[in-house]
Ligand binder design. Structure first.
Ligand SMILES: Cc1ncc(C[n+]2csc(CCOP(=O)(O)OP(=O)(O)O)c2C)c(N)n1
Length: 194
């Protein structure tokens, strides 16, 4: 993902956030220090495991409230759009978070205002132990934006080239002023049934 974006683009994610600072160039020493609550950590020890923030790398968290980052991500994109800055926000969340009500209000406003945001479901088929199949009648998560006319694409998350290509295409779409796009990046090849 990081190979397809600009350094000035913004990233916001859920609570599984240890890899993001590393991918953005932070050192393992600082990441480990954060996990131990040390002032030498990425977020000065105040964030801990679920709340990695790094202003210098445009990492806006790390959020422990499942789905909370969906609205915040659109808010960051709104701020950039309002200031006339051409950044893209990559807003990541799990397949469980995708079932939160905030997704629908956010998708509606983000499409209405054509905000520069890529919504990314990290789809591992389970909200911790609860399978996609048990939480909804709709299992193709890339279709969740259809009622807002938001385009959606399913991506093989086990192939880094496919992820790079999908993010690069999505960035082009968003930078072209077309508004948000939803990527259902699948990190599990099996289909969860129970
Ligand atoms: C608003 C809210 N409800 C419930 C929880 C408890 N909780 C923590 S993780 C989780 C499941 C999240 O599932 P998903 O978004 O698919 O993430 P993954 O399982 O892939 O980490 C839940 C329900 C929470 N942190 N916040």
């Amino acid at each position: 993902m990081v190979t397809a974006i600009r350094k000035t683009d913004r990233i916001i994610t859920g609570y599984r956030d240890h890899c993001h600072p590393l991918a953005l160039g932070d050192s393992p020493t600082r990441v480990m220090a954060e996990l131990y609550g040390k002032t030498t950590g990425t977020s000065k020890g105040k964030g801990g495991s679920m709340h990695f923030f790094d202003k210098s790398r445009n990492l806006f968290g790390g959020h422990g409230i499942v789905g909370g980052q969906i609205g915040l991500g659109a808010g960051i994109a709104f701020a950039d759009w309002y200031r006339g800055e051409a950044h893209v926000t990559l807003c990541m969340f799990g397949d469980g978070a995708a079932r939160q009500g905030i997704l629908h209000e956010t998708f509606n406003m983000a499409m209405t205002w054509k905000l520069p945001v890529i919504f990314i479901v990290e789809n591992n088929q389970y909200a911790m132990g609860t399978s996609v199949a048990r939480t909804s009648n709709v299992h193709d998560l890339h279709r969740l934006g259809e009622s807002y006319d938001m385009p959606g694409v399913a991506v093989d998350g086990m192939r880094c080239e496919a992820v790079h290509e999908a993010i690069a295409n999505a960035c082009e779409h968003v930078r072209g002023g077309n508004g948000p796009i939803l990527l259902d990046i699948q990190t599990c090849r099996c289909k969860a049934t129970a």
